[in-house]
Design a binder for this molecule. Structure first.
Ligand SMILES: Cc1cc2nc3c(=O)[nH]c(=O)nc-3n(C[C@H](O)[C@H](O)[C@H](O)COP(=O)(O)O)c2cc1C
Length: 208
C-alpha cells in the first residue's frame, strides 16, 4: 500500500475514533441482523491474551427479553439503593431511567468473559492476572464493536450495570455457567448528538 493510502486510512480511522460518542437514545428503526453480526465479527478481531478469545456476547432484540432483563435489574437496583438509605424518589427516578434506557434500545448486547480457555494457575496472583487479561481482551473487543457501529451510522453505549449483578443477568437470560457478565452495549440508530471533551494528551503521558 502506498504512503498516501496509509495516510488516508489513518485519517479516516482517527476521525472515526475521535467522533464516536456514547449514544443513549435511539429511534425505532430496527438494526438488521447482518449488521449486528458484522459488529460482532469486528469485535472478535480484537487482540486477546494467548488468542484465547475469552469474549462472549448475548444479543437481545425481542421486547420481551429486554423487558425481563430491565425489570429484574431495576428491581435489584431498587433493593440495593434502598439498603444504601437513598431517597425513595431518587431511587424511583433512577429505576425508571434505567428501565427506559434498556427497553428503548433496539438491541442490547450483553458483554461477557469466560475463563474456560484461559490458563490455570495454582496461585491467586497469576490466576488474577489471567482474569485481568481476559477482561482486558473483552473490553478491546467491545471497543471494536463500538467503533464499527459508529462508522456504520449506528449509536451505542457501554452500560456497566451487569457488572454489579452478574448472577442476576445470567439467571434471567439463562446464560452459560462459565460466563461472567461485564457490561452491556445498547445499540440502535441514534436519536441524539453528543459531544464530550478529553483532557490534553500531555496530562496523561510521560515521555521518557
Ligand atoms: C467501563 C465503562 C462503563 C460505562 N458505564 C456506563 C453506564 O453505566 N452508563 C452510561 O450511560 N455510560 C456508561 N459508560 C459510557 C461513559 O460514560 C462514556 O464513555 C464517557 O462519559 C465518555 O463519553 P463518550 O463515550 O461519549 O466519549 C461507560 C463506559 C465504560 C468504558
Amino acid at each position: 500500500m502506498c504512503d498516501q493510502m496509509h495516510q488516508t486510512n489513518a485519517t479516516l480511522l482517527f476521525n472515526i475514533i475521535k467522533n464516536r460518542r456514547s449514544i443513549r437514545r435511539y429511534n425505532n428503526k430496527p438494526v438488521p441482523q447482518e449488521l449486528i453480526l458484522r459488529l460482532l465479527e469486528a469485535a472478535m478481531w480484537a487482540p486477546s491474551a494467548h488468542n484465547r478469545q475469552p469474549w462472549r456476547f448475548a444479543v437481545l432484540t425481542q421486547t420481551t427479553d429486554k423487558d425481563r432483563l430491565a425489570q429484574a435489574m431495576g428491581a435489584r437496583l431498587r433493593v440495593d439503593r434502598t439498603a444504601d438509605g437513598d431517597d425513595p424518589d431518587d431511587i424511583e427516578r433512577d429505576v425508571a431511567r434505567s428501565y427506559a434506557r434498556l427497553t428503548g434500545a433496539p438491541v442490547i448486547i450483553i458483554i461477557g468473559t469466560s475463563l474456560i480457555d484461559m490458563d490455570r494457575y495454582p496461585d491467586p496472583q497469576r490466576s488474577r492476572n489471567e482474569w485481568t487479561m481476559a477482561t482486558q481482551s473483552t473490553a478491546m473487543a467491545a471497543q471494536n464493536l463500538l467503533l464499527l457501529a459508529h462508522a456504520g451510522g449506528l449509536g451505542a453505549c457501554w452500560v456497566c450495570a451487569p457488572l454489579f449483578v452478574p448472577e442476576l443477568v445470567k439467571e434471567v437470560l439463562a446464560l452459560p455457567d462459565d460466563w461472567e457478565p461485564q457490561g452491556l452495549i445498547t445499540l440502535g440508530y441514534p436519536a441524539q448528538e453528543r459531544t464530550k471533551p478529553r483532557e490534553p494528551v500531555q496530562s496523561k503521558v510521560i515521555f521518557l
